[in-house]
Write a protein that binds this ligand. Structure first.
Ligand code: CU
Length: 114
């Protein structure tokens, strides 16, 4: 009886967590940066309202963001990363913001596209 009750509870918990996840999507995009300071800065900048999870990989320079597209758009996320000095594959950071980055964070910038 206990086992049955436990499995019913687990199924309920699992379906609840699926519900909480409804509407969220996960996207990956390139964000240029160098070090763990960059990682902190980029992830902090991406953790805006509507974002459940933001992770930046120091090796691949790929940001993985799980977010609710009704609250924040992918385009806005690119702008948030660029806003703290990090170019993305879509949005280029302001030169002044880039220049103010810590020395070790001055990553090699990709060719400007916009
Ligand atoms: Cu850095």
């Amino acid at each position: 009886m206990k086992a049955i009750l436990f499995s019913i509870l687990s199924i309920a918990a699992i379906s609840l967590s699926f519900k909480a996840d409804a509407g969220n999507i996960t996207e990956k995009f390139k964000v240029y940066g160098n070090c763990t300071m960059c990682k902190e800065r980029i992830e902090k900048a991406l953790m805006v309202k509507g974002v459940k999870y933001a992770y930046w990989d120091i090796e691949t320079k790929m940001a993985t963001v799980k977010f609710n597209p009704e609250v924040v758009t992918l385009d806005q996320l690119h702008r948030h990363a660029a806003g703290v000095g990090h170019d993305t594959d879509l949005v280029k950071a302001d030169d002044k913001v880039y220049e103010n980055l810590h020395g070790c964070c001055k990553y090699e910038r990709p060719d400007a596209k916009n």
